[in-house]
Design a binder for this molecule. Sequence first.
Ligand SMILES: [Zn+2]
Ligand SMILES: [Zn+2]
Length: 288
Amino acid sequence: MRTNYHTHCQFCDGRATAEKMAEAAFAAGYQVLGFSSHSPLPFPSEGNMELSRLGEYKAEILRLAAQWRDRGLEILLGLEIEWVPGLSSPRDEVYAKAGLDFSIGSVHFVDLPGAGRFAVDFGQDDFESHAAAFTGDGVGKAVYRDYYEQVGRLIEAGGFDILGHFDLVKKNNDADASGKGRWFDESSPGYLEAAIGAMRAMRGSDIVAEINVGGMSRGKVTSPYPSLALLRELREQGTRITFSADAHAPEHLGKHLDAARDIARAAGYDSVAVLSKGSWSEQGIEEF
Ligand SMILES: [Zn+2]
Ligand SMILES: [Zn+2]
């Protein structure tokens, strides 16, 4: 069964309507498609849904679910919910009441002295201008430390099914094969310690981690999130995985599936977690 629980559309920063994304998913051979618009935020953010549109979003996804039910595509209602300390959490009442089929918990924002709050995955220019305003020493280290601290706190707070793009913080790092990047070294003990420290909070929980190829589809990185080194650690501690397109356009659906399968196998996985008809189960990678 081919599934994808990470799909954006025009309710947030996706480039196509939900209807077009459903058609593209069906054409790309998916049997389950979960929509996961970026959740509303209490401060201006271009890429996030307005709170006033949540009802309309829900109605549209449920309409498509009914339309496709007997045509071979199960459509699920979800959200990619932001973790911003004290401001936004998957635990917020508005999401508990939204009747979601599933949710993704994601960290996009860091908040640093002088630099303020910014999303680590916006363009390089945006990253650069915030980095320039940082008033401490070693901005790269400060960025990944804050990012992974927030990932750890998100996991501890819980209330979501899937953890989004574990190492998104590397998106603007442009690292070479050895891990050395523009802002930090992804193979350095300090970086790995911060990342592995955050994932420990997932041990013994039901949270599923993504193998996310969204950055590849957008030409920002050459391998999926998370890196093989981090995925091996997740495997080691017993965390399950799902394959995510993180699709922002119809052509992103069905892309880079080989890269997802390859890195999963290289990390020692032989199955992926699948949510269908209200429950999670494990399915062999070859069936995906
Ligand atoms: Zn995201
Ligand atoms: Zn996303």
